[in-house]
Design a protein around this ligand. Structure first.
Ligand code: DGP
Length: 114
């Protein structure tokens, strides 16, 4: 989508610290990190919210989570513990309407989240 900031990152029209990419997904460092590790994993396919995921996206979403796990392993936070967050719609705090997993780690997480 032409006005989507994450589509622009996918198309390399705006810069990002990309740490992983393949045919289906991309991972890059969050511009406003909330933890020592804060990486975003996104599908190349433009899907605005979690509610827009279709049956045909099942493999893609599985792959997205597996890539998130790989990044947690590669960054050395998997065994210590990490959090995956996916915000959906305004009250969750979603600001970019292209689905993404936040991988957060490298510090003690708290519950309930803010
Ligand atoms: P959310 O609130 O769940 O929609 O998270 C969107 C995240 O995207 C937020 O943590 C900041 C990050 N973000 C927004 N714009 C950019 C950008 O241009 N580059 C990068 N690297 N991250 C961005």
């Amino acid at each position: 989508m032409s006005d989507c900031i994450f589509c622009k990152i996918i198309d390399k029209k705006i810069p990002a610290r990309i740490i992983y990419e393949d045919e289906h997904v991309l991972a890059f460092e969050d511009v406003n990190p909330q933890a020592p590790v804060h990486t975003l994993v996104i599908p190349r396919k433009h899907i605005p919210t979690l509610l827009d995921i279709k049956e045909e996206d099942n493999n893609l979403i599985g792959h997205l989570v597996k890539v998130a796990n790989k990044i947690a392993n590669d960054k050395g936070i998997a065994k210590r513990g990490f959090r995956i967050v996916a915000n959906c719609n305004p009250e969750s705090g979603q600001t970019v309407y292209h689905i993404h997993l936040h991988i957060l780690g490298g510090r003690q997480m708290h519950w309930p989240p803010g």
